[in-house]
Design a protein. Structure first.
Length: 247
């Protein structure tokens, strides 16, 4: 997906590594879903520029990404897809040595053209009726951390647990990704950098990862989520996440 639209971005692709395994190996939304949402946001920015229209387009595309991924693969979360707890080193190695990980590569190959088509379809709408900014909690926290307009648009689709799905918090995913963008080293080093971010988040969220559990519901649509954010929803979590990235 990084290359599909003709604008490959190596640092952004590399930084998506900690989202694999369901966000730092916690078993939530598959890394393919996070990555596809990032690609959708990047293309939304190229088409609509900075601001609420790009955020809305990114979020609408993410909704289609989640639904199409679930329809093709039967689940969205990494744990459900692999039946493996990747936070357990023993289970991770057992999965890798079994050769089952090849299925993930095949899944990616099957899903990439579907994601590409869904993004194209979603961005074909001008989104003139987009809500006023901020539209997305994840884009809002990105801006608070000084992210560029492009990167804010790229993470906008994470909102509401990616595409309003209700899964693992999109603002958390945005900060993990932004931190990886600023950090060096291999995947293990990037994952280690994410640990204090997760700890800060879990303290603010009451040790709850999933958006639908934190909020107590799923959002009806983009306007519903935008109203929640403008009304100060999840402010405690956003404040904790925007307190700064590790040095």
């Amino acid at each position: 997906m990084n290359r599909a639209f003709g604008y490959p971005s190596k640092p952004e692709e590399r930084a998506a590594g900690p989202l694999a395994g369901g966000i730092v190996r916690n078993g939530y939304q598959c890394g393919m879903v996070w990555g596809s949402a990032l690609a959708a946001g990047a293309e939304a920015y190229r088409r609509f520029g900075a601001g609420h229209r790009a955020e809305t387009a990114s979020l609408v595309a993410a909704q289609r990404i989640v639904e199409s991924f679930r329809a093709q693969n039967g689940a969205v979360d990494c744990f459900d897809l692999t039946d493996t707890d990747f936070s357990s080193t023993a289970q991770m190695w057992k999965y890798l040595l079994s050769g089952k990980f090849i299925g993930c590569f095949r899944m990616a190959a099957r899903y990439a053209p579907v994601a590409f088509a869904e993004i194209h379809a979603a961005l074909g709408n001008e989104h003139a009726d987009a809500p006023a900014a901020p539209v997305s909690c994840s884009a809002l926290v990105a801006r608070r951390l000084g992210a560029s307009d492009l990167h804010a648009a790229m993470v906008a689709g994470f909102a509401g647990g990616i595409g309003l799905w209700g899964g693992a918090c999109g603002a958390l995913g945005a900060v993990v990704w932004l931190d990886a963008m600023s950090g060096g080293g291999d995947y293990k080093a990037l994952e280690a950098r994410a640990t204090p971010i997760l700890e800060r988040f879990l303290k603010a969220s009451g040790k709850t990862f999933e958006c639908s559990e934190i909020v107590g519901r799923r959002f009806l649509d983009v306007a519903d989520h935008a109203a929640h954010v403008r009304g100060g929803g999840c402010e405690r979590i956003l404040a904790a996440l925007s307190a700064g990235l590790p040095t």
